[in-house]
Write a protein that binds this ligand. Structure first.
Ligand SMILES: [Zn+2]
Ligand SMILES: [Zn+2]
Length: 142
């Protein structure tokens, strides 16, 4: 299984900013970086360079260098799931979103569908995915 996603960059402890995307440092094409969380690989979209996440250094634009543990945390299941959900929600248009949030039943159905898809992608069980998603929405309002 291989899935390349944009790196869910953690919030910078130094400047407090969070970047949704990041770029290959010193790359002639200034390519965007993608990560494969399961195989712990990073690659540059433009020059095709590929390497292990833990062998690489991640810098914020302010110059702060992230610790490997901070990078690992950003790739934890919960973080990945969160990113997945936000991506899904962004893909839905506002009409769909209002239907899903207005009807309890369709919301449950939607959670079930998405749990299946996410569980499969993250290698966790559907019920585990459902549990995490429900927790996520408890702290989140439309
Ligand atoms: Zn910073
Ligand atoms: Zn590159």
């Amino acid at each position: 299984m291989s899935e390349w996603i944009t790196f869910p960059f953690p919030k910078c402890p130094s400047c407090g900013k969070q970047w949704g995307e990041n770029y290959h440092k010193d790359c002639v094409f200034n390519g965007q970086l993608l990560v494969e969380p399961y195989q712990r690989q990073v690659k540059c979209e433009s020059c095709s360079a590929q390497w292990y996440i833990l062998d690489s250094k991640f810098y914020c634009y302010c110059g702060y260098e992230f610790y490997p543990s901070e990078v690992e945390d950003a790739l934890s299941t919960t973080q990945l799931l969160r990113q997945r959900l936000l991506q899904k929600l962004n893909e839905m248009d506002s009409y769909e979103r209002s239907i899903v949030s207005k009807s309890q039943n369709s919301f449950k159905e939607w959670i079930f569908d998405i749990s299946y898809e996410i569980g499969k992608a993250l290698g966790i069980t559907v019920s585990k995915a459902q549990e995490i998603i429900k927790n996520f929405f408890d702290k989140w309002s439309f």
